[in-house]
Design a protein around this ligand. Structure first.
Ligand SMILES: *Cc1c(COP(=O)(O)O)cnc(C)c1O
Length: 366
């Protein structure tokens, strides 16, 4: 029994027939670019999220970039996001010439703190980008309130939270625009790169639909400066097979999260859940003061674990130009020293969770 952080092999063996057929049918059709599977998937996912438009694109990073492009983000503008996340958000704002302004996270959900967002808004703020980290929704009511009172749109980074809910609504339906990633290890993962953008705003949808294809609505007529970022038809076909199982997979993740928590409560910091939010456990992340030693001990015992994320973005070398320093975002910095993500995927086994938690307790002498 070799435990993995994410076991895509086990998943493939379960759905091999359908996956292989879906790939073969695209190859047979010869419609590799914007074939019918892309349209079908866009339609189904827009319905699922509860928005009017879904636009496939090349990956989750592009989804964020295209969202910011559609809002006209450029040099001189500011984009507010969290420093405790994957680098993509800060990266795309920087690529567009805008300044990434960080706002610290909350200790209970690891997500951007609406009070900090409020403090960071200026006349130059063009977008607020909350990240629903590890599958836990951010405090959307408070963020939406700030967004409407200050007239600054929200772009949700739901790369880790497709299927998560806030007060009964799916993530990507609460902000002006929502972005997801279909990177293979995400909750809805392709067999390569992929992403999607969601909105109910007709004008933005039209513009984003053009931007993904070189800024053109009509071939060889270019209304905007765009990019080449389309969702591959083979990936869309694979995603359609996996989407049919997404809710069940997310339930399985929650079940394993419950088992982890039951066994680890009191020994380490376990993830918070909230009655009005549905956490889909993209990661199951614990906190411990002896993080690095615990990681080594688990490794020696054949158990993988990972640190998401060891260096908050404001302290990354590439972002030094922004002028932040250690101590600026104390909660993000503390979390980056204490978090440890354990194996989490829908095909875990109870015995694996038992072995992992027993090993952690042995390390702690409990
Ligand atoms: C994965 C991820 C992205 C980027 O998605 P890609 O498809 O890898 O480009 C962006 N934001 C967060 C929070 C992510 O986890």
């Amino acid at each position: 029994m070799k435990i993995q952080m994410v076991d895509l092999g086990r998943q493939y063996r379960e759905i091999k027939g359908e996956i292989d057929d879906s790939i073969q049918s695209v190859v047979d059709s010869g419609q590799f670019i914007l074939g019918p599977d892309v349209k079908e998937l866009e339609h189904d996912l827009a319905d699922y999220v509860g928005v009017k438009h879904a636009i496939g694109c090349g990956n989750g990073t592009d989804a964020l970039q295209i969202a910011l492009m559609s809002l006209g983000v450029g040099p001189g503008d500011e984009v507010i996001t969290t420093p405790f996340t994957f680098v993509a958000t800060a990266e795309v704002a920087a690529l567009l010439g805008a300044k990434t302004v960080f706002a610290d996270v909350r200790e209970d959900d690891f997500n951007i703190d609406p009070k900090e967002v409020e403090r960071k808004i200026t006349g130059k703020t063009k977008a607020i980008v909350p990240v629903h980290l590890f599958g836990q929704p951010a405090m959307m009511d408070e963020l939406v309130e700030i967004s409407s009172s200050r007239g600054v749109p929200i772009v949700e980074d739901a790369a880790q939270a497709f299927g998560a809910e806030y007060k009964g609504k799916k993530m990507c339906s609460l902000g002006k625009i929502g972005c997801v990633s279909f990177f293979p290890s995400k909750n809805l993962g392709a067999y390569g790169d992929g992403g999607m953008i969601f909105t109910s705003d007709d004008d933005l949808a039209k513009k984003m639909r053009a931007i993904v294809s070189h800024g053109s609505e009509k071939k060889y007529y270019h209304d905007y400066i765009g990019v080449n970022s389309r969702l591959d038809t083979i990936q869309a076909a694979i995603l359609r097979v996996k989407f049919r199982r997404l809710d069940r997979y997310n339930e399985l993740r929650s079940g394993f999260a419950g088992k982890y928590t039951e066994r680890l409560k009191g020994a380490v910091g376990t993830p918070r859940t909230f009655s009005d939010r549905k956490h889909i456990f993209h990661q199951y992340t614990i906190r411990t003061g002896r993080r690095d030693q615990m990681l080594d001990y688990l490794k020696e015992n054949g158990i993988p674990s990972a640190v998401y994320y060891p260096v908050p973005l404001h302290l990354q070398k590439a972002y030094q130009y922004a002028g932040y320093k250690a101590g600026d975002f104390p909660i993000s910095e503390k979390l980056s020293r204490e978090v440890l993500s354990l194996p989490m995927h829908p095909h875990l086994l109870d015995e694996e969770v038992e072995l992992i938690t027993a090993t952690i307790k042995r390390f702690l002498g409990k």
